[in-house]
Design a protein around this ligand. Structure first.
Ligand code: NAP
Length: 297
C-alpha cells in the first residue's frame, strides 16, 4: 500500500469525483466496485469512465484530467490499458512501487498538493495470493511478460520469491526481468526464459507457484490454455490465473483436476480497487463489500 496519505483525508470533499482512464472501457467492473465502496463508506460521489484513445487528442484530455486532480476538481483516478505508462510523465512523482513496476494504475493528490502515480496491482496481487492460496515464498513460474506480469513479478520478487518469467518472445521476458531487477534491486531473484523452449525444464525444477498473466483462456476464447497439452502441471504447485472471465479457465480446471490448489484473478481486481479507494479517501472498504458488487457473469 502507498505510504502517502491523500490530501483531503481529514475533511474530505463533499462529493468524490473519481474515474477510470483507459481505452476501450466497455466491460469495466470498476464503476460497480467503487460505487459500492462509496455507499458502504457513506460518502457521496461518482466514478466515471473516461474512454480516451491513445492519440494526440486523447493524450491531451488525459493531461487535462491530471490537471483537474492537481486542482482538486477530481479526487482520484484509475488508469488502465493502454495508458498505464502514458500517464507517468504527467505526474509530479511516482510511488516506489510504480517506479519499480514501470506502470501506474492509480492517481491521487498527496497532502502537499502533488499528483502521485501509484501502482496497486502489485500489492493487490500479493494480498489476494496470500488470502486465497497462502503459499510461502519459493519458486514461481510466471507465464507471459506484458503489463500485468510486471506487477506480478515485482510483487513476488519483493516478497522473497525466486521468479522465472517465460514469454513467447524471450526478449520481452529478458527486458522485464532486467528492468524490474535493476529498479527494485531484485537481480538475484528474477530469471527469464522462452515459453516454448524453457518451460519443460523450468517445470521440472520444483515449482511452488504457477501464475498465468497471458490472456489465453479469457472470454470469448475460453478453450485457450497457456500450459501445453503434452506436459504435466508441476506436482504440488499452487496455480493463480489472473483471468477472471470466466471464473474457471481451462488452466484452473486442469489444475483442480490434478489436485492442485488454484485461484482466479477476481480477488486481485478487488484488492487493487480496495487499495486505490484507500489512496483517495483514507477508507479501506471490506473485501465482502466489493465482492458483492462483482458477481460472476
Ligand atoms: P499484455 O500487456 O497484453 O500482456 C500479455 C502477455 O501475454 C504478453 O507477454 C503476450 O505476449 C502474452 N501472450 C498473449 N497471447 C499469447 C499467446 N497466444 N501465447 C503466449 N503468450 C501470449 O496484457 P496484460 O495487461 O498483462 O493482461 C493479461 C491478462 O491478465 C488479461 O487476461 C487480463 O484480463 C488479465 N489481468 C487481470 C488483472 C486482475 O486484476 N485480475 C489485472 C491485469 C490483467 P506478446 O506481447 O508477444 O503478445
Amino acid at each position: 500500500m502507498t505510504a502517502e496519505a491523500p490530501s483531503e483525508q481529514a475533511a474530505g470533499p463533499r462529493c468524490y469525483q473519481l474515474g477510470l482512464i483507459g481505452y476501450p472501457l466497455g466491460h469495466s467492473r470498476s464503476p460497480a466496485l467503487h460505487h459500492a465502496a462509496l455507499a458502504a463508506a457513506g460518502l457521496a460521489g461518482e466514478y466515471r469512465l473516461y474512454a480516451l484513445p491513445p492519440d494526440e487528442t486523447g493524450l491531451a484530455q488525459i493531461a487535462g484530467l491530471v490537471a483537474d486532480l492537481r486542482a482538486g476538481r477530481l479526487h482520484g483516478l484509475n488508469v488502465t490499458i493502454p495508458h498505464k505508462q502514458n500517464v507517468m510523465p504527467l505526474v509530479d512523482r511516482l510511488s516506489r512501487v510504480a517506479r519499480a513496476v514501470g506502470a501506474v494504475n492509480t492517481l491521487f493528490r498527496a497532502a502537499d498538493g502533488a499528483v502521485v502515480g501509484d501502482n496497486t496491482d502489485a500489492p493487490g496481487f500479493l494480498r489476494d495470493l496470500k488470502r486465497q492460496l497462502g503459499v510461502p515464498p519459493g519458486l514461481a513460474l510466471v507465464l507471459g511478460a506484458g503489463g500485468s506480469a510486471r506487477a506480478v513479478t515485482y510483487a513476488l520478487g519483493s516478497a522473497g520469491w525466486q521468479v522465472r518469467v517465460l514469454a513467447r518472445r524471450a526478449e520481452q521476458a529478458e527486458g522485464l526481468v532486467a528492468e524490474i531487477g535493476r529498479a527494485a534491486g531484485l537481480e538475484a531473484y528474477l530469471f527469464a526464459g522462452d515459453l516454448q523452449r524453457d518451460l519443460p525444464s523450468f517445470a521440472a525444477s520444483g515449482v511452488d507457484l504457477l501464475v498465468n498473466t497471458t490472456p489465453l483462456g479469457m472470454f470469448p476464447k475460453i478453450e485457450g490454455c497457456p500450459w501445453p497439452d503434452n506436459l504435466s502441471l508441476p506436482a504440488g504447485a499452487a496455480v493463480y490465473d489472473l483471468i477472471y472471465n470466466p471464473r474457471e479457465t481451462l488452466l484452473l480446471r486442469q489444475a483442480r483436476a490434478a489436485g492442485l490448489h488454484a485461484a482466479n484473478g477476481a480477488g486481485m481486481l478487488i484488492e487493487q480497487a480496495i487499495l486505490a479507494f484507500h489512496c483517495w479517501t483514507g477508507i479501506e472498504p471490506s473485501f465482502e463489500t466489493m465482492e458483492r458488487a462483482f458477481p460472476p457473469n
